[in-house]
Design a protein around this ligand. Structure first.
Ligand code: SAH
Length: 225
């Protein structure tokens, strides 16, 4: 069999976006609406997901499921990635912090929608790989740092939006501190087998409001003591 080329991947990517839309429709009771933001779906339709998985998994990159990226980590299912991006709702002039770069797929999607993305990854090899992939793609509005993202990235704070793609029992206080008033954080919260995708809004006075969405399963946010 010959290898897949860009045309094949483009068709699979269109299908992925359609499957995400079906998934959102099926979850409309849980989500309180039947459709995700068209800008998010368009961004997912542009980012070449097959370049953000290990080479040997490129052919299955557009399946609506998570995939292993090494180091016991996974790239999230496309529907979950789309939903988290939709819930985060970054605007074109906004600055986003992502915690948990992995191989950089979510960062690439966010960079399609926001002015600037700063992403922190604790596994050095993943951060390096993500940097390579994003550079190859020509994404110029993403900065990556190796480190413990539960401490945020103070240098570029405050952030309009923060997305954490690893789970913890509670949102790290440094991240809440680095969120601007009027900003929003999206993160899976809870124990290993019962995490809930949660949106936390900070109002102009600095008060936090949490809203819970779907049960999800993410790897843990590691903390360095
Ligand atoms: N956003 C990624 C998915 C990453 S999976 C994507 O789009 O594919 C979660 C990632 O969080 C893993 O790469 C893991 O190494 C990273 N991680 C875990 N704890 C972390 C921490 N404290 N700081 C930064 N990254 C962390």
């Amino acid at each position: 069999m010959k290898p897949m080329d860009e045309q094949h991947f483009a068709i699979l990517r269109r299908h992925m976006v359609e499957v995400i839309a079906i998934h959102a429709d099926l979850m409309s009771d849980e989500l309180g609406r039947a459709k995700l933001d068209g800008r998010v779906l368009a961004a997912m339709g542009r980012v070449p997901r097959h370049l953000f998985v290990p080479l040997e998994l490129a052919a299955v990159a557009y399946h609506d499921g998570p995939l292993p990226i090494g180091f016991d980590k996974t790239i999230s299912q496309p529907f979950i990635c789309a939903l988290m991006t939709d819930l985060l709702a970054p605007e074109p002039d906004e600055v986003v912090l992502e915690v948990g770069t992995g191989l950089g797929y979510q960062a690439a999607v966010l960079a399609e929608l926001a002015a600037r993305v700063w992403s922190v990854e604790i596994v050095e090899e993943l951060a390096g790989e993500a940097g390579l992939r994003l550079r190859r793609l020509g994404a110029s509005n993403i900065g990556i740092r190796i480190g413990d993202g539960s401490r945020g990235w103070a240098e570029h704070a405050p952030y309009d939006r923060i997305m954490v793609t690893a789970a913890a029992d509670n949102p790290p206080s440094a991240l809440l501190d680095q969120l601007r008033p009027g900003g929003r954080l999206v993160m899976p919260l809870g124990p290993a087998d019962a995490q809930i995708l949660t949106v936390i809004d900070k109002d102009a006075a600095g008060t936090l409001y949490a809203r819970e969405f779907l049960p999800v399963r993410f790897s843990r946010l590691e903390t360095v003591l």
